[in-house]
Write a new protein. Sequence first.
Length: 139
Amino acid sequence: MADVFRPARSGAASVLGPLEGEIIEVVWAGEGAVAVSDVHRALTEGGRPISYSAVKAVLNNLVDKARLIKTREGKVTYFAAATSREAFDAQVVSTVVSSLKRNFGSTVIAQLVDELAVDQATLEEFERVIAERKAELGK
């Protein structure tokens, strides 16, 4: 993945452009493939002033980035997510954490524990995940 992580942004927009992030969220929320008109309607109903052609251009950009899959039925073009939201999130987190670990070593592990293990339940979750990973590595 050649995307740049932008920690100041939220959700998909943290690695995609802001409009790309909004549009892929609409696609994920749809039931299967969605038409350009479906995405345009969802964005404009939310109060965003945007042209149909701009939505279509961004959808095609997301196809070029392998984030969406494009199909045609007659005169209608449909777009579907190339991966689920969960798979996208896992890929982003994996890429970011791998990069941080490679560049900053054990400091990253210590910082993750400091930032995330804020209560007993979270510490127990860390321990459970670590035990599972140890078991996998021991096989």
